[in-house]
Write a protein that binds this ligand. Structure first.
Ligand code: TRP
Length: 344
């Protein structure tokens, strides 16, 4: 047996975290922004953060190459426009660190066929009659590779990714049991759904880039007038009282939540502030608050997308940083599983 290379030193004061987003749309909506990106930004303070665009994962859904390229840049630009600081956190494209695909293969070879078949995302997508490719089937193992590559202590993701984190932990433990301690086992860090933003047209459904109609979505790329129009025509109810009650007043409650999250005002304070006033007033106020938040984001996006060469340089620097960590992990992994080192 070869000697076990030492684990890379982990900075105890700033543990490493990692998260990714697929480049599957031309714009984030307010729900993604408040649900994920705002958290990513905040976590940069206390963690050594790695944030990447999961472009290899996006290939599991057939996409026009030009569209994929555009969305990859847009997604990276959104991270930065939303406040991820590429000087501090590594911002990169998954495909730029080719070791992800290699470690993904090793993970495939550790996963039982039945285990992969039980993943709910795959089952849901194939049940809907989606003509699945093998990439969709092995999606969770590539995601495990993304995470295990960086010895991530935590992986901030939404509730929908919980099963993916569980299989990642299982695979890390299985690897370590079979081949000796090599990979760090990450802790899940499920982001709170405190800011669950609903569709404006059907406030009982979650705002979703892939399922909501355009009128129900507040896109960060929308013109201010468009945002205002969408908010002013948001579905409410036939009462007149402005009160938080997601069961019977889903529309009004959603507007209160949007206002509350963006301004940091507790919902009860807003209820008091709007007591005796009409839904029109609430909508106007929400529109103001949304426009104020989205304005600076949009101008920063425009700047970044105006200079794609600079954006590509930022991504290249991020990939360089990531590749250093990835190379060290792959040396440990190759040695552990018994791949013969290439002679120099
Ligand atoms: N599956 C994640 C999503 O759809 C994206 C993703 C890919 C990811 N690799 C990851 C998230 C690694 C966290 C860590 O949202």
């Amino acid at each position: 047996m070869g000697t076990m290379p030492a684990q890379p030193p982990t900075d105890a004061a700033r543990p490493r975290i990692l998260s990714g987003m697929q480049p599957t749309s031309d714009s984030l909506h307010l729900g993604n922004y408040l649900g994920a990106l705002v958290n990513w930004v905040g976590l940069q303070e206390d963690f050594d953060a790695y944030y990447f665009v999961a472009d290899l994962h996006a290939l599991t859904v057939p996409t026009d190459p030009e569209v994929l390229r555009r969305r990859t840049r847009v997604t990276a630009a959104q991270f930065i426009a939303g406040g991820v600081d590429p000087e501090r956190s590594a911002v990169f494209c998954q495909s730029h660190v080719t070791a992800h695909a290699e470690l993904g293969w090793v993970m495939n070879c550790l996963t039982a066929f039945g285990e992969a078949s039980r993943m709910t995302q795959f089952k849901d997508k194939t049940a809907k009659g989606q003509n699945a490719n093998v990439g969709l089937f092995t999606y969770p193992m590539l995601m495990a590779a993304d995470i295990l590559m960086y010895d991530a202590a935590y992986v901030p993701v939404g509730e929908d990714q919980r099963q993916h984190l569980e299989i990642t932990r299982d695979l890390a433990e299985r690897f370590n049991t079979r081949f000796g301690p090599t990979l760090a086992v990450p802790e899940p860090y499920i982001l709170k759904e405190s800011a669950k933003i609903m569709e404006l047209t059907d406030p009982t459904s979650k705002m979703s880039g892939t399922n909501s109609p355009d009128k129900g979505l507040l896109l960060l790329s929308d013109e201010p007038n468009r945002l205002r129009k969408k908010i002013m025509s948001a579905v409410t109810d036939t009462e007149t009282e402005i009160r938080y009650d997601p069961e019977t007043k889903a529309g009004v409650s959603n507007l209160l939540v949007i206002h509350s999250v963006l301004t940091g005002t507790p919902v009860t304070d807003l209820e008091a502030q709007f007591a005796g006033r009409g839904y029109g007033d609430l909508k106007k106020a929400v529109a103001e608050v949304v426009l104020e938040a989205v304005g600076p984001f949009r101008s920063r996006m425009a700047e970044l997308l105006d200079d794609p060469a600079e954006l590509d340089r930022i991504l290249a620097r991020g990939a360089e940083r990531a590749a250093v960590v990835a190379a060290a992990t792959m040396t440990r992994v190759r040695d552990a599983v018994g791949l013969l080192p290439a002679a120099r």
